[in-house]
Design a binder for this molecule. Structure first.
Ligand code: NGQ
Ligand code: ZN
Length: 446
């Protein structure tokens, strides 16, 4: 089976008339300047699939449903979290599978080929563990298998409601374990993932709010390799609480007290000072920026230009999944910087266009953060390929990425592990997944 593209973004740059010969799940050969052969599937622009480094799939069930003031004196991240916890109180494993499948279909249709699932909804509605500890993780794995998206599962350890070991609230009962239970849960997750192609297992201390320093050390001992993800410095009250607890800002504390290196993904890191930014860059960790969610929740703007100036790395995540769109995440990342600095093309680097810089960095950073390092479309790599429609208007090279991200442009087809999952912009299981998702939402809102 071979695919033929008018043009393709290869690790060495743009190439024309590119045949990609599939060898099972991988790329077997790449021919450049080759005419299409009879039987080749012909397409426009080939890009490597993007990693989505931070998702809470279940939150797709409240997308667009928390956009009216809820009666809190101040509607902000924390009041949104109350609404999110109300959803958490109701979901069954079947619901989670249906909602996650919807989110993963939308991710694939947008050009994401791997999801980093920051998974903390572990227990039954009464807060007790399921008979099978990783029952909820199995629902996530099932949604991944059904939709075909590659999965990096990040089982989350959650123990406290605030810095200094504050007891968890009732609303957090479905998340909470001790280290021994978490070790069993994570081992069960490994078994669950064994049947899933290219799956990666990591570990995720939820945040410095939810985990004590001792627990953080114990978690790292449980997971000596693989990705380590943590939410950090997303909200100013979190920075203030961390300062009150330790005298250090969250990122500062983490860099001083944990072996942060290239395994790590610092999710958000919105509120950082120059010294912290330099520390992140020096550690080779990836910053997990989630522009749509950070805008939706009123988090603030991460200083992305300064990160790049200091040699730092980033990837993008869809986080709350309020809207799932890879191009839009990249666009909003740049637009936030433009509005802040009153300049244009703030994140363009190395003499390349903004779209190209954003895409290359998000590809490399996302792959690193999800334990699936990639330099893109090359022989031996997984055949994770996104085809954009061609407009036939003469745009070429980086302008194709710029147009996809900033102007107009649609994902036409997507292959993940050599299997075509999206054609004509639609996932092969779109209808069934949407129908089941709607039934699930009707039941949840009844
Ligand atoms: C989460 N989401 O775990 O889903 C969090 C909210 C918290 C974001 N931080 C809960 N965007 O951080 O306490
Ligand atoms: Zn998150």
């Amino acid at each position: 089976m071979s695919l033929w593209f008018e043009t393709a973004l290869l690790p060495g740059g743009w190439a024309h008339e590119v045949r990609i010969v599939l060898a099972g799940m991988r790329i077997g050969a790449i021919e450049i300047g080759a005419p299409p052969q009879p039987g080749d599937s012909r397409h426009g622009v080939a890009l490597p699939g993007l990693p989505n480094l931070h998702s809470h799939a279940f939150q797709r069930a409240m997308a667009g449903l928390a956009e009216a003031p809820g009666g809190a004196a101040r509607d902000d991240f924390w009041s949104w979290r109350e609404a999110m916890y109300r959803l958490v109180g109701r979901l069954t494993p079947e619901d989670v599978c249906a909602v996650a499948a919807m989110a993963y279909v939308e991710m694939l249709e947008a050009g994401f080929t791997r999801a980093g699932e920051f998974h903390y909804l572990h227990h039954d509605v009464d807060g007790r563990g399921y008979g099978e500890p990783a029952r909820m993780a199995a629902a996530i794995a099932e949604a991944s298998a059904e939709t075909g998206i590659a999965l990096t599962l990040l089982p989350v350890f959650y123990a406290h409601a605030g810095f200094g070991g504050v007891a968890p609230s009732h609303a957090q009962r479905r998340f909470v374990t001790d280290i021994a239970d978490f070790a069993r849960l994570r081992a069960d997750c490994a078994t669950t993932l064994a049947g899933l192609d290219d799956a990666v297992l990591g570990v995720a201390p939820h945040s410095l709010r939810a985990v004590t320093p001792e627990q953080l050390t114990a978690l790292l001992a449980l997971a000596p390799d693989g990705p380590v993800h943590i939410h950090i410095a997303e909200q100013l009250p979190e920075v203030a609480a961390c300062l009150a607890w330790s005298g250090r800002r969250p990122v500062e504390w983490l860099l001083d007290n944990a072996p942060v290196d290239e395994r790590w993904c610092l999710v958000h890191a919105t509120h950082v000072e120059p010294g912290e930014l330099a520390g992140i860059a020096a550690s080779a960790a990836v910053v997990g920026i989630c522009p749509i969610t950070e805008a939706n929740l009123g988090d603030g703007l991460f200083p992305a230009g300064a990160l790049l100036d200091g040699g730092g790395r980033f990837g993008i995540g869809s986080d709350s999944n309020v809207r799932i769109d890879a191009a839009e995440e990249l666009r909003l990342l740049e637009y936030g910087q433009r509005l802040l600095h009153r300049q244009r093309n703030v994140l363009a680097r190395d003499g390349r266009s903004t779209g190209r810089t954003l895409f290359d960095r998000a590809l490399a950073g996302g792959g690193q953060a999800l334990g699936a390092r990639t330099s893109g479309l090359e022989v031996g790599a997984p055949a994770d390929i996104v085809a954009l429609e061609v407009d036939g208007d003469g745009a070429a090279g980086d302008a194709l990425l710029d147009r996809w991200i900033f102007a107009r442009g649609r994902v036409d087809a997507v292959w993940r592990g050599g299997r075509q999952l999206v054609g004509g912009g639609r996932h092969v299981a779109h209808e069934t997944v949407v129908a089941r998702y709607r039934r699930t939402l009707r039941r949840l809102s009844a």
